[in-house]
Design a protein around this ligand. Structure first.
Ligand code: FAD
Length: 323
């Protein structure tokens, strides 16, 4: 059954986030040959429409308003609901990001619709669109189908492959004028955490440090390896609690969930709460002094050794491969 599916293009620092392209890929599957319509909300975002089309959207609807310059859930909900009312889609896909997690339940609630969040896989099975999502902190997966009403879904970054970018694709870009009512939330100032390098939640390679790194300086060899591999540095809560690094790096049940192509855990014991945030990574390498450490139970490759010897060795070897 062909469906019209909307995809919210998420913009950060004037650029579309990668997960938006993955969401377009997800929308294509849900649309089953129907139309995929990108939605852009913001103050001046129309220049990004072309890119959504090149990644597979058939056309794009833009809502521009100064009140949407900064994300607020009431402002974005007003803009998005107006697009939904005008387009009457059968489905809507968001990235499972901080923005998507905040906005999607609000919009779904206002439209009295259900929501399937944190989807990692979508397939068509027996005439149904089947959504797979992790439950119980990643210990099990459940499959869901929508039998009635709108299909609302958020897709976890780095799980659903985007379509190949096709620069020859073209599509209509239209503007919807929406009267954004006064916002109850007023953003006075945005204070950004000074994070270096690649965004952790979208990184293809994550080098994570645990209490085993022993100090703030202990993260330096991990940063060097991350730089050589073009990856991001993450951490266990043990390392954050010990003040070796900022909590924005925490991975796990109460931190970020990451699914990179390569996850290198350095000096992390592998507590269940940590595994909840990284066990779906494609390849897991664990470096730990303790051969009995639980992290080896989820690792594809285990290195029993001192991380301060092993990590610099890896960095040197990867440097040679890059030359
Ligand atoms: P440890 O368990 O102390 O492990 C350190 C490891 O380093 C050991 O295995 C040791 O053998 C190894 N090591 C030491 N020195 C070296 C060396 N030189 N070279 C190599 N290896 C070395 N944790 C999270 O990570 N994320 C979460 O989101 C999270 N949420 C939680 C929520 C709740 C409600 C609770 C109760 C706990 C949560 N935790 C979370 C904490 C979790 O239970 C663990 O305490 C934490 O993950 C341990 O961190 P760690 O592995 O770095 O430290």
């Amino acid at each position: 059954m062909a469906r019209k599916v909307l995809v919210l293009g998420e913009v950060r620092d004037g650029q579309l986030r990668n997960v938006s392209y993955e969401a377009v890929g997800a929308a294509k599957t849900i649309a089953e040959g129907g139309e995929v319509v990108g939605v852009l909300l913001g103050a001046s975002v129309s220049s990004l429409a072309e890119e959504l089309i090149q990644y597979g959207a058939d056309r794009v609807v833009v809502v521009e308003d100064e009140k949407l310059a900064q994300y607020t859930s009431d402002g974005y909900a007003q803009g998005l609901i107006a697009v939904i009312e005008s387009e009457q889609p059968e489905g809507l896909v968001f990235g499972h990001t901080s923005l998507g997690k905040d906005l999607s339940p609000r919009v779904a609630g206002k439209l009295s619709s259900g929501l399937i969040s944190d989807v990692t896989y979508i397939e068509v099975e027996g005439g149904n669109i089947v959504f797979t999502r992790p439950i119980y902190s990643g210990k099990a997966f459940e499959k869901k189908i929508v039998t009635d009403g709108l299909i609302f879904a958020t897709v976890r970054p780095n799980n659903i492959a985007p379509l190949e970018k096709d620069e020859s694709r073209t599509g209509d870009v239209s503007t919807l004028s929406v009267d954004i009512k006064d916002l109850r939330t007023i953003i006075k100032e945005v204070v950004r955490k000074a994070t270096e390098g690649v965004d952790l939640s979208e990184a293809k390679v994550v080098i994570a440090g645990g209490r085993g790194v022993k100090s703030e300086e202990g993260f330096e060899p991990l940063k060097e390896l991350a730089q050589v591999l073009g990856g991001a540095v993450g951490a266990s809560r043990g390392a954050c609690d010990a003040e070796y690094c900022d909590y924005s790096l925490q991975i796990g049940q109460t931190g970020k969930v990451v699914t990179p192509d390569l996850y290198i855990a350095c000096g992390i014991s592998g507590a269940i709460q940590h595994l909840a945030g990284m066990s779906n990574s494609k390849v897991i390498v664990a470096i730990n002094k303790d051969p009995e450490a639980n992290i080896f139970n989820v690792a594809d490759y285990g290195i029993v050794g001192d991380l301060f010897e092993v990590v610099p060795m890896l960095t040197e070897e990867f440097k040679k491969l890059k030359v």
